[in-house]
Ligand binder design. Sequence first.
Ligand SMILES: Nc1ncnc2c1ncn2[C@@H]1O[C@H](COP(=O)(O)OP(=O)(O)O)[C@@H](O)[C@H]1O
Ligand SMILES: [Mg+2]
Length: 346
Amino acid sequence: MKIAILFDEDKKAHSTIWSFPWITYCEENNIEYNVVNPYAIKVVDELLDYDIILWHFSNYSHTDMLMARNVLFTLEKKGKKVFPSINDSWHFDDKLAETYLLESVNAPIPSSYYYYSLKDVENAISNNSFNFPIIAKLRNGSGSHNVKLFNSKNELLNYSKKMFSSGINSAPSLVFKASSNIKSTKNLSTLIKRAKRIPEFLRSLSNAKKFNVERGYVFLQEFIPNDGYDLKIVVVGDKLSFIGRNIRKGEYRASGGGDIFYDKDKVTNDVIATAFKTSDILNFNCMGYDYVVDKNTDKGKIVEISYGFSHEALLDAKGYFDREGKWHEEPLNAPYEILRNMINQI
Ligand SMILES: Nc1ncnc2c1ncn2[C@@H]1O[C@H](COP(=O)(O)OP(=O)(O)O)[C@@H](O)[C@H]1O
Ligand SMILES: [Mg+2]
């Protein structure tokens, strides 16, 4: 069995990239692997020699978003086992695609509204088609950079006019990222760890600047009233773990804020059941679900899905739930688990 781990060793990789745990897993288990540069000419030809192909491509890299899935999906169509697969990632970093997909299987999502002309938004607003406050999101982005809350028709109308004219730049803002991180830092060692990652973020940012301006649609989600946190729920095969995330002080968004907690009582049976069910029907190898729990009904709503996340933060949960909802005191190492499952399937 031959395993290819894709990344460019010559370019400085993000320290959080899963290539490193994949390499460690192969070395610890005496599994043969090669690192392959995915940006090279004839890369598909080269990869046809392998059985398993792994690439933790990132939404912060314009290049990866441009071509990673072209390479991976071609190989999957040729019968290779690839991660992320088509099922895992055709909708990656596209909240509209995710919404259509989740609607198709009746997954628990907030009421969602999407408009492709200004006239349609204006009609919806004047017909009171939805309640305020309402959430508006760009299709892409992470860390809450492109998520907004509108309290009035007027605010939404102004945003909509912009989305159907000049558009909105989807590149993440350094100021927002840095201030969120500093505000949520509880101790010096975390601060130092985060400061060390600033150059990486700047690199990501110079990349992110290549991203398109978003326009030509308005995507809205019902605002789910909550108790001030959301849950990143991760399902890999028969295991489920979580990262609890408090919302930023004085606002409504958790993602990217850096204030995390691990109270497993917050992970309700309803959340466990719906996350496993969604992963099963949609055939995901690994999925990260962002759940907001409605404080009035206690039901979890999925506001976004993404195959990638911080596997280190997940390890800190120090355990996982099985399908019966029983907690096991053994950290879930998502990259290890993904590779182990792929090897077992061959
Ligand atoms: N429909 C919603 N109701 C309430 N809060 C939401 C909703 N959607 C998103 N949020 C909050 O905003 C944050 C960012 O939204 P999300 O869709 O996950 O975007 P991102 O891709 O930036 O992480 C979430 O972590 C959550 O705290
Ligand atoms: Mg999110």
